[in-house]
Design a protein around this ligand. Structure first.
Ligand code: PGA
Length: 271
């Protein structure tokens, strides 16, 4: 039986709110423009997930490159009386390529739940914005043996009303919440088995072929020392990195390593 794989690997830099000034942003973007000037790939997508304030600037600076620009959240309504929110329609108008949804810190500090995440996912898809939906368990859930139930709930609820036909702009990122901001990522064994589990859960929601085409990334303390091992796990279709991607030269190195793996997979062929 032919198993369909995602067409492309994906890597994203997660700025959170670490870029404290326009001059830091300018420096970051100019390094990327310089070092990835000739980057053209059929097998890897690069996204920079900026804060809202930097988005428009970064997006226009990178418009001549293949690097995509996204944001770290958005609201679920396109317009209306929702003080302080940023709408997907406005972002789309500015040329936003992507948004990540349901990051652990949104859940912890802003009480974001599965229903909110689902509404934001649908808002992205309605506006043609690619979304990276986070799934992952806390340490407490891990220790209580609830990981599978948690991932299942997050996928089922987060993707409610997302039909198989709408999946083209869907990316899942498995990021164990206990592995964020640590010295070490989850172990290779854990990452591999959690990705196998995620695929299995996806195939319970969608038909096998559609489920297999959804890229499933890993996030949580990825760095220059561990990325090769993580990216060579065959179930891992890409990476989300925050601290290790804050230095633009380091991010370019992460990109190069991921690109090598993407090219290798493409050469080996889709099995
Ligand atoms: P980290 O953060 O790469 O610094 O561990 C990852 C994340 O919060 O998504």
């Amino acid at each position: 039986m032919k198993i369909f794989k995602p067409e492309k690997m994906v890597i994203f830099a997660n700025w959170k709110i670490y870029m404290r000034s326009r001059s830091e942003v300018k420096n970051y973007v100019s390094v990327l423009k310089d070092e990835l000037k000739y980057f053209k790939s059929e097998v890897l997508e690069i996204h920079i997930m900026t804060d809202f304030l930097s988005f428009d600037y970064v997006n226009s600076c990178l418009s001549e490159t293949q690097i995509k620009t996204g944001v770290q959240d958005l609201f679920w309504e396109d317009s209306g009386s929702y003080a302080g929110e940023v709408s997907p329609l406005m972002l789309k108008d500015l040329g936003c390529d992507s948004a990540y949804i349901g990051h652990s810190e949104r859940k912890t500090y802003f009480g974001e739940n599965d229903e909110d995440i689902n509404k934001k996912v649908l808002a992205c898809l309605r506006n043609g914005i690619k979304h990276f939906m986070f799934i992952g368990e806390t340490m407490q859930e891990l220790e209580a043996g609830q990981t599978e139930a948690v991932l299942k709930r997050q996928l089922v609820k987060g993707l409610e009303n997302v039909s198989g036909e709408m999946l083209e702009n869907t990316v899942i990122i498995y990021e164990p919440r206990w592995a964020i901001g640590q010295k070490n990522s989850a172990s290779a064994n854990t990452i591999s088995s959690m990705h196998v589990l995620t695929r299995k859960l996806l195939s319970e929601i969608y038909s096998g072929e559609k489920a297999n085409r959804i890229p499933v990334l890993y996030g949580g303390s990825v760095n220059l020392d561990n990325i090769r091992e993580i990216i060579s796990i065959k179930e891992v279709d890409g990476i989300g990195a925050s601290r290790a991607a804050l230095n633009p030269h380091d991010f370019v190195k992460l990109v190069r390593i991921t690109e090598e793996e993407a090219v290798r997979r493409n050469r080996v062929g889709k099995v």
